[in-house]
Design a protein around this ligand. Structure first.
Ligand SMILES: Cc1cc2nc3c(=O)[nH]c(=O)nc-3n(C[C@H](O)[C@H](O)[C@H](O)COP(=O)(O)OP(=O)(O)OC[C@H]3O[C@@H](n4cnc5c(N)ncnc54)[C@H](O)[C@@H]3O)c2cc1C
Length: 600
């Protein structure tokens, strides 16, 4: 079976022809990342993903994780892979070299991340969470905490996790019951049980560092009384080596639908009264700190879901070109043809292609915004790009993972019965992808975040900035006559979305708040569609300008980009407009129906 992960030509197009990431090398911070280096990084990531990661993906799924006599065992092959991954310094691509990072622009590392997650996202859970824990230490740690933990995390010598969820505190983190009691030496004794903890226990590294949300005794109820603590599996000796066991006990693991290679643990902290943690950041400001990690994690989860989709799409296209079945409708007597010739299969492939290209552009664009924040000298520019990241985050997580799952579903359909059997890769991709719609804030919670928080950010200025970005593309596209029908459609959809947002915002601020939030998810979906339409138009403007002088394989490549745009504006956007009508109608059936009328 061909080893497919991501579309290199499209990645290059996006990095160099659309986003022009080489521009960042003009700044000291990214001076090393000229075109040659960027290409080398992407090639190295691809080679590593194909040669080392992909071969362990299915094996990891089949072996899964086990729990016996208190010990968590993860797939055998992950141990060597983790070592190689760290040797290649892939864990902290964006971080400061002083702490073991590579100092790379995020737009560029997005490409590497796509390859890695596309090749083996269950494995990537370990280094990704480790990086997230390191980020927390970097942002909120004392000098002592940084010295103890940061390099160990950023180099992968120790792994990291995040401990939020409890049996009674899932989406509502504020309901957590884990407690922290301050000791005379300034440490805290932690007591509680956390569930669903990814990478909570294993023997991949000599220590595991758990950022833990807990409530200091006497602190206020809800999120206002939550603090963040660093709790290592093994306490750290004065010389920096792991020491005594810190009473973090794994009592079991989950048996899941997908990501079998990622251990999902129940952890009991302080069952013997011996679990010590140190405060990370300020008392009762734990949620603020955790949001740093959660926002990074939400973008990562978007990338995880998307990577399943891009891989599934690549497999589906190749399968459709090889699988011969049924005659052509227009040449019925000429025998079987590859299924890619059937219009219904093409419809599915083009649906997948247009979403995949739109989602890739959205995720890399968020990386690009991060790079702009990193290099911009002007504070207003930095704030503008930071706002764009924040408003796009619920879309990059919620919209992208839902559409990614749809893409995986289409891939199974294209494979027919073979898609449903585990011998072929698309079934696992769909199983793995499913969790991305749930963790890091379910997609329902993402929709509420978009409507309830992000739309009104800075009195609507952030939305206006986003609209400004879209209008920039519309202006460029208007110069290209050939794109006129698409430009008009994207412009009209943007207008209508603006009106829907205003009306929904008003409803949310009235006594009909439940009616508004009943439409939060459809609003996330239509907003995502308009964003994808914008990004496909942006790509279309580049492709249209290049097509005239293109040669060889570039000709069908640019034509394909324009077909994605055409398909999206003519087949998807009209449905989106209909969904906007439904939101405007603000039908309240789901609010008004009595609980008894759900005949459960
Ligand atoms: C494989 C896996 C790995 C995980 N890894 C981690 C980890 O590493 N660390 C960690 O801390 N957690 C982790 N989690 C937990 C995960 O983040 C939670 O499962 C998720 O946040 C949802 O919480 P819940 O399962 O309690 O569902 P609930 O909160 O009970 O939600 C159930 C449903 O109700 C909806 N809902 C709940 N509240 C609201 C509301 N206010 N408004 C509208 N709808 C609402 C939700 O959208 C959802 O559809 C993991 C979970 C899994 C399955």
């Amino acid at each position: 079976m061909a080893q497919l992960i991501a579309d290199r030509r499209d990645i290059d197009f996006l990095l160099h022809e659309v986003l022009n990431v080489e521009q960042f090398s003009r700044h000291d911070r990214f001076a090393d990342f000229n075109r040659k280096t960027v290409d080398m990084v992407v090639s190295e990531a691809r080679n590593f993903a194909v040669k080392e990661m992909l071969p362990t993906w299915k094996e990891g799924d089949e072996q899964g994780c086990s729990f016996e006599a208190g010990k968590v065992t993860i797939p055998e092959s992950f141990h060597r892979l983790y070592q190689l991954f760290n040797d290649g310094e892939w864990l902290s691509m964006n971080e400061d070299p002083e702490w073991g990072g590579q100092g790379m622009p995020k737009s560029v590392s997005s490409a590497a991340s796509e390859y890695f997650n596309g090749a083996n996202f269950p494995f990537m859970m370990y280094p990704s969470l480790t990086h997230g824990a390191g980020k927390l230490v970097e942002e909120f740690g004392t000098e002592e905490q940084k010295k103890t933990y940061l390099k160990n995390l950023y180099t992968g010598k120790w792994t990291g996790t995040m401990l939020l969820t409890e049996a009674g505190a899932g989406s509502d983190v504020g309901a957590l019951e884990t407690t922290a009691r301050k000791n005379p030496d300034g440490t805290y004794s932690i007591t509680g049980t956390k569930i669903f903890i990814s990478g909570g226990d294993h023997e991949l590294a000599e220590n595991i560092v758990h950022p833990v949300l807990a409530r200091i005794e006497g602190a206020p109820a809800g999120t206002k009384g939550i603090s963040l603590f660093l709790v290592p599996k093994f306490r750290v000796n004065p010389d920096g080596t792991p020491g005594a066991f810190n009473d973090v006990v794994c009592t079991g693991i989950e048996h899941k639908m997908g990501i079998h290679g990622s251990s999902t643990c129940t952890l009991t902290l302080g069952g013997s009264g011996q679990c010590l943690g140190t405060l990370l950041g300020e008392e009762n400001k734990g949620m603020k700190a955790m949001f740093v990690m959660m926002n990074e994690a939400r973008l990562l989860v978007g990338m995880q879901g998307f990577s399943c989709a891009t891989t599934a799409y690549m497999y589906a296209v190749n399968y459709a070109k090889e699988r011969v079945q049924g005659a052509s409708l227009v040449q019925p007597n000429e025998g079987g043809v590859p299924i890619i010739r059937h219009p219904d299969v093409r419809r599915q492939l083009l649906t997948m292609k247009s979403y995949v290209e739109g989602m890739r552009t959205l995720l890399y664009f968020v990386g690009y915004c991060n790079d702009m924040v990193a290099v911009a000298g002007d504070q207003a520019v930095r704030e503008r790009y930071q706002g764009l990241i924040e408003i796009l985050t619920p879309l990059a997580k919620g919209y992208v993972t839902d559409k990614a799952f749809e893409v995986c579903n289409h891939a199974i359909q294209v494979y027919g019965g073979y898609g449903y059997v585990e011998e072929y890769p698309v079934a696992q991709l769909m199983r793995d992808c499913r969790i991305t719609q749930i963790y890091e804030g379910t997609n329902g919670i993402q929709a509420m975040d978009l409507l309830g928080r992000k739309l009104g950010m800075n009195k609507g200025a952030v939305v206006m900035d986003l609209i400004g970005e879209i209008k920039k593309t519309l202006r460029t596209a208007k110069e290209i006559e050939f794109l006129a029908p698409h430009t008009q459609k994207v412009g009209a959809a943007l207008e209508k979305l603006g009106a829907v947002a205003q009306q929904l915002g008003k409803t949310a601020a009235s006594d009909r708040v439940l009616y508004a939030f009943a439409h939060a998810y459809p609003f996330l979906e239509v907003t995502g569609d308009v964003i994808v339409a914008w990004l496909l138009l942006w790509r279309g403007t580049v492709a249209a300008q290049k097509l005239g002088s293109a040669k060889g394989k570039d000709v069908p490549f640019y034509e394909g980009i324009l077909k994605s745009l055409e398909f999206f504006t003519t087949s998807v956007l009209p449905v989106t407009l209909g969904k906007m009508e439904a939101i405007n109608g603000a039908n309240g059936a789901c609010v008004e129906i009595s609980e008894e009328s759900f005949n459960g």
